[in-house]
Ligand binder design. Structure first.
Ligand code: BGC
Length: 756
């Protein structure tokens, strides 16, 4: 329906316009009935609906409608499956239509900087490419149903500690390459209807009033068309926020900030055009929803089954020493409270009121010989002797033990960070005691973020379910008994110890600031650069079948950075079960002194029957090779030979091929007395001129006759040393070593400037 939004705005009073820029209450926007502006509602997300009635809150305290809890982002990211995320988004979008929700808040793409962030379960990955791809697919799915999303929390909100006031101190390069990149792709590819700015400050400025972030980058560079909404309560100075590009304040400010806006327009400190533009953006999204209303029907059973399928495609098999899949006829002890009552979602604003929850115990008992022992309690991290004894007996009397372990709610949540990376001590102790009597033991994990696994070498199998949504119990059983074949891979590194993590020395900061000292070396970018042993690397995951990779082909050997590169390889299922394999493509830069060893730049998931092989094709473009240059304020591809690496994980590379990429960037070089000979020789515009000059300088100025060198002198100065000295020599050194006059030096610089 063509609507003249500008005409509607012309009819609005100043007060109505100011009012449109904040919520009516926790979840609803204001209406202006006389102008046909309807009241619309938004709701949390991201992995299901948290639609609340009148008594709203942003921490999941009050009840919401019964809904379906899909697997959380920490799990779904491990699917590396764009289509699957789209399917999940589509189902959620349909639920929103059925519940008359105009926007569902999420997905959340903040980078997992530390395993301790209490909200990591809601975030996808430590890698911005993967996070961005997953978020794009989720958004495309939801928005295909005419419902908006809210990409959050923009930006550099990577911890819960003092999240409302702390300043994330991050270099521009790390922001661009890591923290903003996860938002950039979804904005450009999927155009979320809204973006939610975060609570924190970035380099001293609140995200909610940062014109660089909200206008320069988000709108001007990336082309964002929707509206920016504040995280609930993130507004510091409303008028500054509006000027910076924050259109909607949520929840309501009780009218006090509306008055501020009116006053600011009246006293001339805020242009009414800025207000009109904000209202226009908000109304556009409201009407986009209203004009795409559907008579949707919501089938909870169907969505529960989808939640199960998604979790089966996301769980990661970390270890399998010939124990899985289990045999249903053999007696198996399911140990641990989570076997009966799984932990499947995190606490806080994303908490779903699930209409039902599948328990692994109940599901397995439908067809397998299973006994149960609780093993531990979650109320307190305390060893309960009777529970341990019962568990040990059950394990001893069975063929296998499957221990369902993980983090209790109190260990991780929105609002606070974890203080360590361990499981509860009582669970670690239980696992060791069970292992003492039953070597055929598998651990199934329910956790939103990695845990240390001191028992990993002793158990025969580990299945990481993450927080897998309300159908997690059924999914776990299908995977354990081989009704489904595991096909997820880790979206984050699992280090041996918390202390190994690159942010460890600077997390969570002193409360006022947190310094992202590790720069771009986040997650595997750090562990791989340090060649540090890790428990399980990024991108790692097993299957019940096996895959072979062969025949890597690049469609060109050399390219300009403006060209695209098509990469093809063949994958074969060499095992005896159908299965899906995630193929990971990494790019390794020639600039190793300042770059990570490799970075994920593409991936594909391929389904293969036993013996079947398929070609997988992936296309790379400039950004796949680029780094962010703070000097140029732009993306830049240094000329050189890049390696295209295909891996089963970031540590297990199977194929590699080189491609030479030539930069098309016109680098304006600033030349002064401290510019080095090396830099000038590498610049194609100045190199040949300087070459000639160097000869002359040697001949005329410092060119005293070459004396016969003694052997000792020859040994003291190698060619390599000479070259290195020359490379790093600033132009002014000609004055010191070759007797060049200041006038001649000026002339030389002037001539070089004309060229460079
Ligand atoms: C969270 C957001 C959430 C909002 C509304 C905030 O506390 O940070 O992610 O969408 O509340 O519940």
């Amino acid at each position: 329906m063509g609507r003249d939004i500008k005409a509607i705005i012309k009819e609005m009073t100043l007060e109505e316009k100011a009012g449109m820029c904040s919520g009516k209450d926790f979840w609803r926007l204001k209406s202006v009935e006389r102008l046909g502006i309807p009241e619309v509602m938004v709701s949390d997300g991201p992995h299901g609906l948290r639609k609340q009635a009148e008594t709203g809150d942003h921490l999941g305290i009050n009840d919401s409608i019964e809904a379906v809890c899909f697997p959380t982002a920490c799990a779904t990211a491990c699917s590396f499956d764009r289509e699957l995320l789209k399917e999940m988004g589509t189902a959620i979008g349909n639920e929103c239509q059925a519940e008359n929700l105009s926007v569902i808040l999420g997905p959340a793409v903040n980078i997992k900087r530390s395993p301790l962030c209490g909200r990591n379960f809601e975030y996808f990955s430590e890698d911005p490419y993967l996070a961005g791809q997953m978020a794009s697919a989720h958004i495309q799915g939801v928005q295909s149903q005419g419902v908006g999303t809210s990409l959050k929390h923009f930006a550099a909100n990577n911890q819960e500690y003092r999240r409302m006031t702390c300043s994330s101190e991050v270099s521009k390069q790390a922001l661009r390459e890591i923290y903003l990149a996860a938002f950039e792709t979804p904005v450009k590819e999927a155009q979320p209807k809204t973006v939610m700015c975060s609570y924190n400050k970035i380099n001293g400025t609140f995200a909610s009033e940062d014109p660089w972030l909200l206008t320069e980058v988000l709108r001007k560079e990336w082309g964002f068309e929707g509206y920016v909404v504040s995280d609930w309560g993130a507004v510091n100075d409303r008028v500054e926020g509006l000027k910076a590009g924050l259109e909607l304040e949520m929840p309501s400010s009780g009218g006090t900030n509306d008055k501020k806006i009116v006053e600011a327009v009246k006293n001339g400190t805020l242009s009414e055009d800025v207000l009109d533009r904000a209202v226009e953006r908000i109304l556009q999204v409201i009407f986009d929803f209203v004009d795409h209303r559907k008579n949707a029907v919501w089938d909870r059973e169907k969505d529960h089954s989808l939640a199960q399928k998604i979790e089966e495609e996301s769980a990661v098999l970390l270890k399998n020493e010939g124990i899985l899949p289990l045999c249903p006829e053999k007696k198996t002890a399911f140990i641990g409270l989570f076997a009966k009552k799984p932990r499947y979602q995190g606490g806080g604003s994303s908490h779903i009121h699930s209409y039902k929850v599948a328990s692994a115990l109940e599901e397995a008992r439908k067809f397998a010989d299973v006994v149960y022992a609780q093993g531990y309690d979650v109320k307190e991290d305390k060893r309960e002797d009777a529970l341990v004894k019962e568990a040990v007996e059950a394990a001893r009397g069975s063929d296998y033990a499957v221990i369902f372990a993980g983090l209790p709610d109190s260990f991780e949540s929105e609002g606070y960070d974890r203080s360590h990376m361990r499981l509860p001590d009582c669970q670690n102790a239980l696992i060791e005691e069970v292992l003492n009597v039953q070597p055929n033991t598998v651990v199934v994990l329910h956790n939103g973020s990695p845990v240390e696994m001191p028992w990993a070498d002793r158990v025969k199998g580990i299945l990481e379910m993450y927080l897998g949504g309300q159908a997690v119990g059924a999914a776990a059983v299908n995977l354990l008994y081989g009704h489904s074949n595991p096909c997820g891979k880790l979206a984050e590194t699992i280090p041996f110890h918390l202390e190994d993590n690159p942010s460890h020395l600077n997390f969570p900061g002193d409360g006022k600031t947190v310094h992202y000292q590790e720069g771009i070396y986040v997650g595997y970018r750090y562990y791989d650069k340090k060649n540090m042993p890790v428990r399980y690397p990024f991108g790692y995951g097993l299957s019940y079948t096996t895959f072979a990779y062969k025949n890597l082909r690049l469609d060109r050997e050399t390219m300009k950075d403006t060209d695209t590169l098509t990469v093809t390889l063949t994958v074969e299922n060499t095992g005896d079960r159908p299965g899906k394999e995630i193929v990971e493509l990494y790019v390794s830069s020639p600039n190793q002194s300042v770059r990570p060893v490799r970075e994920l730049k593409h991936f594909a998931k391929v389904f293969l029957q036993p013996g079947q092989e398929k070609d997988v094709t992936m296309t790379l473009d400039k950004r796949s090779f680029a780094q962010y240059s703070e000097e140029l304020h732009d993306w830049y591809v240094p000329t050189g030979v890049y390696q295209i690496q295909i891996g089963r994980s970031s540590r297990d590379l199977v194929l590699e091929a080189p491609v030479t990429v030539e930069s098309t960037a016109v680098l304006a070089m600033e030349i002064d007395a401290n510019t080095t000979v090396g830099d000038l020789m590498r610049n194609p515009k100045t190199s040949s001129f300087l070459q000639t000059q160097l000869k002359q300088i040697q001949e005329t100025l410092g060119g005293e006759e070459k004396k016969e060198e003694s052997d000792a002198a020859k040994e003291a100065v190698t060619d390599e040393m000479n070259q290195a000295m020359m490379d790093s020599m600033p132009l002014r050194a000609f004055r010191s070593f070759n007797g060049m006059t200041n006038e001649a030096l000026e002339e030389l610089m002037e001539a070089l400037r004309k060229l460079g």
